[in-house]
Design a protein around this ligand. Structure first.
Ligand SMILES: NC(=O)c1ccc[n+]([C@@H]2O[C@H](COP(=O)([O-])OP(=O)(O)OC[C@H]3O[C@@H](n4cnc5c(N)ncnc54)[C@H](O)[C@@H]3O)[C@@H](O)[C@H]2O)c1
Length: 491
């Protein structure tokens, strides 16, 4: 399968817009195709709306954003895309027809995936050309923030297609869950629907309002689910004997039963109760407002999970690792200039009351550059797990110009000296638009054996890689701010 540089989207509604935002963010170009020309303005708006939360998801060095184009010519899109994701309405015959048309035009090594929430891949691929490159790739709204994508093959899908699709989705920061047998509703929608069915019964029977039922999740199980899911959490609920005891204690309730399998009739009365209930919960807030709130907490939850390296946080860490490695590799191609290790912009939450980037963010950005350099020479998670780390012993920041909100910035790093325990660095933070130096930062790092709490010699390979960078930088002039002390008169 080919390398994916351009993603083609068929249908650019809620889900198509989410795919576009995610792919563009990770540097993939997007050709969005929809039968309705007015969807161009809509998808551009959707991508812009996603930007705020997406830009806070990670500080890892992202590639330049992809480019978005729009067309109403589905087949023109299919001729140019390296991967096609279909997101048109959930109607079997419509999807079958459009997928077959597109498959006649898209080269045979282009994967075609469907976002269908519940249709079976074997049905969808029936009339397709080269049907072995088709699969279901079912995402979750908002696609740009939720990493889960369920991959389901049909009877004609090859394992190679599933694997190649999995690699692409991982590249754009997702968790690809292979659903090994096709069933209507895949896995997650089966679970979600079971819960929703009970909600509809409880509302229909006048037992609880939509608000009370949401409370029953958000103050309890919902908090547990994000980190451990249902089964592992139930294992803990069984005490020392775990799941076995849990099944013994609560298994009989399944037979009483506590729950109802058949869905209730969707009467006008039930629909009214559901709509009125959720309107009361929204309390006058628009969908856009609620989306912003949802996106903000989804970002923060993922950052908390990242700390524990579980669930969506582990996915975030994995994509960050890839981004840091990619940045370190690209910096390596121009080793005799200061290494350009971090590209960023002044995010809205980084500015202080003067409208300028606040002090702590300078340290964060310089710290990111140091991290990127250290990764490049082999001081990464695995190295730290071996009980060795670099500790900061001295930092001197000089502020030289202003950095305002949304200003593009980059850090270049010069390695001044290295011995068997110490590394001496000099960073320059520049504005992307005019290369003006906004701040400099001189730092000394000490290599430490964390367990012993003592300085210790660098690993020999790491030392020699650092020495190679120092040698490549030896011809660079000494930075003007090097060795300055606070209050020192300027030359
Ligand atoms: N909304 C969700 O939460 C969600 C979640 C996961 C998966 N999905 C699945 O994603 C798919 C799209 O759902 P959505 O919510 O984005 O729908 P939507 O109604 O928001 O968007 C569908 C888009 O398809 C376009 N379209 C219709 N016919 C077309 C055609 N022949 N060619 C090209 N474009 C065409 C429409 O103009 C519209 O812009 C469905 O299969 C749905 O099951 C939805």
């Amino acid at each position: 399968m080919r390398q994916v540089k351009t993603l083609g989207l068929l249908g650019t509604g809620v889900i198509g817009g989410g795919w576009a935002a995610r792919a563009l963010h990770f540097g993939i170009d997007v050709i969005a195709a929809d039968v309705k020309p007015e969807m161009e303005a809509w998808i551009r708006g959707a991508v812009q709306n996603a930007e705020g939360a997406l830009s806070r998801l990670t500080f890892a060095p992202l590639p330049p954003k992809g480019k978005l184009s729009f067309t109403t010519d589905l087949l023109a899109m299919a001729r140019q895309a390296d991967f096609i994701q279909e997101n048109i309405p959930e109607q079997l015959e419509l999807k079958q027809r459009v997928l077959a048309d597109v498959s006649r035009v898209a080269p045979a090594d282009v994967i075609i995936a469907s976002s269908t929430s519940g249709l079976m891949p074997s049905d969808l691929q029936k009339s397709m050309v080269a049907a072995e490159r088709f699969l279901v790739a079912h995402p979750f709204n908002p696609v740009y923030l939720l990493p889960l994508v369920e991959l389901v093959g049909g009877s004609r899908t090859t394992q190679a297609t599933i694997e190649a699709a999995g690699r692409f989705f991982t590249y754009i920061g997702m968790h690809a869950l292979h659903v090994r047998k096709e069933i209507p509703g895949h896995l997650t929608d089966r679970l979600q629907e079971a819960l929703w069915r009970e909600i509809l019964h409880l509302v229909n029977d006048g037992i609880a309002t939509t608000g009370e039922l949401d409370e029953s999740i958000i103050y309890g199980p919902g908090l547990r689910w994000a980190g451990m899911g249902t089964n592992l959490i139930y294992h803990l609920a069984g005490g020392e004997p775990g799941m076995r005891h849990m099944l013994k204690q609560f298994g009989p309730c399944l037979k009483w039963p506590w729950t109802k399998l058949e869905a209730p009739e969707l009467t006008e009365g039930l629909i009214d109760k559901m709509v009125e209930g959720t309107q009361a919960q929204a309390a006058g807030r628009s969908i856009r407002e609620l989306e912003r709130l949802r996106d903000d907490y989804l970002v923060d939850i993922q950052q908390v999970l990242r700390k524990y390296n579980i669930g969506a946080g582990a996915t975030l860490r994995a994509v960050e690792e890839r981004l840091y490695n990619a940045a370190a590799e690209s910096a390596a191609t121009n080793a005799d200039a200061p290494l350009r290790l971090v590209e960023t912009e002044v995010r809205p939450e980084w500015v202080d009351y003067n409208g300028h980037m606040t002090d702590s963010r300078y340290l964060q950005v310089f710290g990111d550059a140091t991290d990127a350099l250290f990764r490049r020479v082999g001081i990464d998670d695995a190295y730290r797990k071996s009980g060795r780390a670099m500790y900061t012993v001295e930092t001197h920041v000089s502020h030289l110009a202003e950095a305002k909100v949304l200003e593009g910035l980059y850090v270049s790093t010069q390695l001044l000296s290295v011995d068997d325990k110490r590394v001496h660095l000099f960073h320059r933070l520049r504005r992307t638009r005019d290369d003006v130096i906004v701040a400099t930062c001189e730092q000394i790092y000490l290599h430490v054996n964390a367990e012993a709490g003592k300085a210790s010699p660098l690993d020999a390979q790491v030392h020699s890689r650092l020495d190679a960078v120092r040698a490549a930088h030896a011809h660079l002039p000494a930075p003007e701010q090097k060795g300055r002390y606070v209050g020192m008169p300027r030359a």
